[in-house]
Write a protein that binds this ligand. Structure first.
Ligand SMILES: Cc1cc2nc3c(=O)[nH]c(=O)nc-3n(C[C@H](O)[C@H](O)[C@H](O)COP(=O)(O)OP(=O)(O)OC[C@H]3O[C@@H](n4cnc5c(N)ncnc54)[C@H](O)[C@@H]3O)c2cc1C
Length: 367
């Protein structure tokens, strides 16, 4: 039987970050991925990061993550195309009071977001129809990076520190004896380890169930469409979200990507054309879809199990897992190795959904 100091299941951005942070703390583990690295939700992601959350902990994570993405190229010797084009939330009248309160919270935590009037919003995104809108929130430090490059950067650095990655290898069962994990049974043998990390994205519940852990996370498919050209929008448009409909768009190359929950061009077209009338002159040239890992309160589910001991999990990110991976990976590595993490994420434990003292903590801003 193969032995490892730790096994990380899942080669998306979360698994890669865990692997790196374990190795950096002196515990070089093995990561197993049944497909290819970054082949799950990570590759479908827009790579967006933002301070514009409603939950205080998410705002703190964002401040930390944005700093890490800014330093990533230098620290990991990997170009990730870090760009701070901002995030713009387009709001109806009824949404303004909640966003005003969120902006105050974000500002108190160091995020320079602002509630702006429609004239200013339309100067940032000319060509957007103001129909039905009352105001917007704008944050210039929000932005995007390339998700696959972040995975490569973490994996490269982890390997230099002695960690290994194996692709084309699936975990079938988390092995448990006397209340502790002892390893993972895969489609190609067993790996013995006293620390196991489940970073299997939307597929985490089925793997965790093999160790008797219930994970209330469900998949939700999201769709992205490519538009050739960008009409009157500026060369570097912000990631702009029409909050009421869930339609969002951002620049990609010389064109645009538009996204949301609409499974076909016919279904997204009326919503997109109403907000971006110039799309009538531009064609949709393709697209893809990917899965959000939805938790009941739209916040991450991250922590270590009391039973079985030695098992850690990170899933349920509800559309914002890419940007939380740097902080979550370090948190779980520190938790497993008995170190003090820079940010305490214990409020994201799965225990918040169970028992008489269940305390879900909702995040309102899902894009
Ligand atoms: C369209 C879209 C846009 C998004 N945009 C953003 C964004 O702008 N910003 C943001 O923060 N988030 C965004 N997200 C969410 C983000 O992509 C995810 O939350 C994040 O990528 C989750 O990373 P992960 O590593 O946990 O999961 P994944 O990337 O899904 O990785 C899990 C991996 O585990 C592997 N696996 C599963 N089961 C097993 C097994 N039994 N054995 C071995 N391997 C296994 C899978 O093959 C997969 O590669 C977006 C998501 C989508 C779909």
């Amino acid at each position: 039987m193969e032995l490892a100091e730790a096994v990380v299941v899942g080669g998306g951005v979360v698994g890669a970050s865990i692997l790196y942070h374990l190795a950096a703390a002196g515990c070089p583990g093995v990561l197993i991925e049944r497909g290819s690295l970054a082949g799950g939700s990570t590759s479908a992601s827009a790579g967006g990061f933002r301070g514009q959350f409603s939950d205080e902990l998410n705002i703190r994570i964002a401040v930390e993550s944005i700093g890490r993405f800014a330093r990533f190229a230098a620290e990991f010797d990997t170009e990730i195309d870090f760009r701070q084009n901002g995030y713009l939330f387009l709001l109806r009248e009824a949404e303004v009071p909640a966003f005003r309160a969120e902006v105050a919270l974000q500002n108190s935590l160091g995020v320079p977001s602002r509630l702006i009037d429609l004239d200013e919003a339309l100067r940032i995104v000319p060509g957007v129809s103001p129909a039905g809108l009352a105001a917007a929130t704008w944050c210039p430090i929000d932005g995007q990076v390339t998700p696959e490059a972040v995975v490569q950067g973490y994996v490269k650095a982890a390997r230099r520190l002695g960690a290994r990655t194996v692709t084309g290898k699936a975990a079938h069962e988390i092995l448990v004896q006397h209340g502790r994990v002892t390893g993972v049974r895969t489609d190609r043998g067993t790996i013995g380890a006293s620390l196991v990390f489940c970073a299997a994205g939307v597929w985490s519940p089925e793997l965790l169930a093999t160790a008797g852990v219930a994970m209330p996370v469900t998949p939700q498919r999201r769709y992205v469409y490519q538009v050739a050209g960008r009409g009157p929008l500026p060369p570097r448009p912000p990631l702009t979200a029409d909050f009421a409909t869930g339609l969002y768009f951002h620049g990609e190359g010389t064109g645009l990507l538009i996204g949301g929950a609409w499974p076909s061009v016919e279904e997204i077209a009326p919503v997109a054309l109403a907000r971006l009338p110039f799309l009538a002159d531009l064609g949709i040239s393709g697209g893809w879809s990917g899965l959000y890992e939805m938790s009941p309160d739209h916040n991450a589910v991250v922590g270590g199990c009391a039973q079985p001991a030695g098992l850690f999990y990170a899933t349920g990110f509800s559309g914002h897992g890419f940007q939380q991976a740097p902080v979550v990976g370090e948190y779980l590595a520190d938790l497993a190795l008995g170190r003090t993490p820079p940010l305490d994420l214990s409020a994201f434990s799965v225990d918040r959904f169970t028992g008489a003292e269940a305390t879900p903590r909702p995040e309102a801003n899902v894009v």
